[in-house]
Design a protein around this ligand. Sequence first.
Ligand code: CU
Length: 105
Amino acid sequence: MRRHFFVSLAVAFLAGNHASAAEITVTMAGSSYQPARISAAVGDTIRFVNDDSDKHNVFVPTAGFALDLGTQEPSQETVLTVQKAGLFEVECVFHSHMLTVVEVK
Ligand SMILES: [Cu+2]
């Protein structure tokens, strides 16, 4: 009982340290990023989970935010840390209809 109390305190402290940074999960099932629009803050991480049976990709063509996280096979994950405020698009190079928009405040 007593030990459990101290463990709970430690968890609360660690969580408090990172209160300003959130982790947002984006899934890819059915060749579709979910959610299709994301609100994030600088410092947040976006975790892209390929829960589909096809390979996908995280590609940002937006000037100033451009990046390519490479081919993501089924069950693989990639993480993008949001560096600055603005609006950028995430696309999949294999499926041109796949799109999610990230708004960073
Ligand atoms: Cu794709």
